[in-house]
Design a protein around this ligand. Structure first.
Ligand code: DP6
Length: 340
């Protein structure tokens, strides 16, 4: 039996300037560009095995094989996955099959090393690792930009987990120029993300649905129009290692995204009581001289960005706040890579 197998690893990332809303939901062309930092130590490891023979066998048996994808299989953290999560992966594998001009079935075995039930999003690391493993195993040797574009089709934020360090996803005009590139290596500035886990529950409205509702907020147009300015300020703060400038723009951008979320139809409220307490405390600590700022994704957990040297102190402070279940600490991470 002919088979080709590849394993890849990709980090999660935290957006400092957020992606929220699409110009094209199918192609995942974002309403605005975004900037993120890869998170070392929070990763997905994925093995993709393409098999030729089983497909022929199943077709020969008169099985209900169609377009290849019903023969795919997906195992995440040791458990078989079906339903919409499986369909999303299988649809993504169709893109790779089309690019490679092949119809083999795929077996995908994936593991997240994030502590179970911390509510940390895995779609970015998952689709970045899947894009790399699936394309290499299919015999495609994509340029970094093409690989980032491919990962984007699985999950928008995944395109930012392909390059390493501090990364910018340019919104682009269309599919060809909407991809992410590195603006600085992780060594350029040792920042840390101290994630205060407030709730481990599955969020009620996922990002994909949230993106499609962004335009129902009257605030989204203003948020998008101002994005180039925020991207400039964030990029410059990173390149100049200016923490105060970074803190101001990161918190503004997070607040803007949540303002859009809360004013969408229907409104999306992701914050919980401890989220607000943490936002207040982080600002107080910063005004007291600690280099900290907050950023919140589509959930109640609070990402506290700080300088590497202060990470231990910040993690201790966060861990003592009522309602914080645990604190994860991640430094800047590298690019998606193959595992031998
Ligand atoms: C709030 O990339 O998870 O984390 O493309 O539908 O998978 P899909 O959305 P996703 O959206 C991320 C939203 C965010 C902000 C960000 O990471 O930029």
């Amino acid at each position: 039996m002919s088979e080709q197998s590849t394993t890849a690893v990709a980090c999660a990332n935290i957006a400092l300037i957020k992606y929220w809303g699409n110009r094209d939901d199918t192609l995942r062309l974002p309403a605005n560009g975004s900037i993120s930092m890869n998170l070392e130590g929070l990763f997905t490891r994925t093995t993709v095995t393409w098999r030729e023979e089983e497909l022929a066998l199943s077709a020969a048996k008169g099985g209900a094989w169609k377009e290849g994808n019903e023969e795919d299989s997906l195992i995440i953290n040791g458990l078989p996955v079906r339903g919409t999560a499986f369909q999303r992966v299988s649809d993504f594998l169709d893109l790779v099959r089309n690019m490679a001009g092949m119809e083999w079935r795929a077996e995908v075995v994936s593991e997240n090393n994030f502590p179970a039930g911390t509510g940390i999003a895995s779609s970015a690391s998952a689709f970045a690792a899947l894009a790399l493993a699936a394309s290499i195993a299919a015999g495609l040797d994509l340029e970094p930009a093409a690989l980032s574009r491919l990962a984007r089709r699985g999950s928008g934020s995944a395109c930012r987990s392909i390059p390493g360090g501090f990364v910018e996803w340019q919104a682009g005009i269309g599919d060809e120029d909407s991809f992410a590139t590195s603006i600085a290596s992780p060594e350029h500035w040792e920042l840390a993300d101290c994630i205060a886990v407030v709730s481990a529950k599955q969020k009620p409205t996922g990002s994909t649905e949230g993106h499609s509702m962004a335009d129902t907020s009257p605030l989204q147009a203003g948020r998008v129009a101002d994005a180039p300015r925020r991207l400039d300020l964030c990029r410059r703060a990173l390149l100049e290692r200016d923490f105060d400038a970074l803190a101001g723009i990161v918190e503004l951008d997070s607040n803007l995204m949540h303002s859009v979320m809360m004013t969408s139809m229907p409104p999306l409220f992701y914050w919980q009581e401890p989220t607000l307490t943490l936002m207040r405390l982080v600002r107080e600590w910063r005004f007291g001289g600690l280099p900290v700022c907050y950023s919140i994704d589509a959930g109640p957990n609070v990402h506290v960005i700080t300088e590497g040297a202060a990470a231990g102190r910040v993690a201790d402070l966060l861990g003592a706040v009522p309602g914080v279940q645990k604190v994860l600490v991640a430094l800047g991470g590298g690019q998606a890579r193959l595992v031998k």
